[in-house]
Design a binder for this molecule. Sequence first.
Ligand SMILES: [Zn+2]
Length: 332
Amino acid sequence: MARKHINSGAAGVLFAVAVLTFGCADENTRTNSDTQKVEGRGGDTAKWREKLPRAQWANYERVADDLEWFEVYRVFSDVYAIYEPGQFEEVISFLIVGETRALLFDTGLGIAKLRPVITRLTNLDVMVLNSHGHYDHIGGNYEFSEIGGVDVDYAHAQAKGAGPEKVARYVTGDWLWKKTPDGFDPEAYKIHPYQVTTLFEDGDIIDLGERRLEILVTPGHSPDSICLLDRAGRRLFTGDTFYLAPLYAHLKGSNVADYMASIDRLAALEPEVDHLLTAHNVPVAEPAYLSRVQGAFETIDSKSAAYVETDGAFEYQFDGFSIIVPATNPRR
Ligand SMILES: [Zn+2]
């Protein structure tokens, strides 16, 4: 799912409206009117590109800097952020390296081959785990043999892949601006099917050797959304449940009540973590945002909050992020 960085204040609201109109990238949910507006967005994507490079990335050491499609940064000594700024989603996958094995949390768009990049970063066996099954997080799954997942119908459905008729639009026109790898054919862009080899449940621990990651099942953005908690490292990998941009609670498969419950749970962990690692635009955010999002959902629920309406969804603006809920949100 696409989301763009937003600013507080009126300009931020206006930009966020444009994002809502042009950026809802779920192949399952886009309406015809959405599609037409995306195809005609022109100047708004120019604004998006002007945001690049986003300043936060300069805080981190760039590695493997000869890569043409991916940008790879060492965010912590054992955590690499693999960023794809060449496409509107600006998705970020994370490689977490333990003593005995490594975990790849999401595999990005699948525009460029990811496995050779991972091989350069670690010699250890790598297991893939997805924050959720939206196309921009699972594109490279097919390149890997060990893939973890949750036993949720939506996740199983997404593992069947998606053909060009569903996803090729996301690599056309202004969705894509960076040079793609030689041999990449936008018209044939698809999400390859993949096989989940290990099912996990809420509370399961993945031990990478001196690095233990706890799976938190956090539905809301999608039915299969999870977060990863590194208690010793005091880090929480939030996937699309939180990042510094419009949060999507309005997609097909989203559920506002579930999202609120998940955020309540994450907000309770706020004292236990120092960093949120997020899946779009910039890799790190402060944990205080979790309780801010919790409060934001409560504001929305109070029915008194101002919102912007477009394309049948309601967007509520907060400082540093917004929340988009369906106009049919039964909680309103
Ligand atoms: Zn998503």
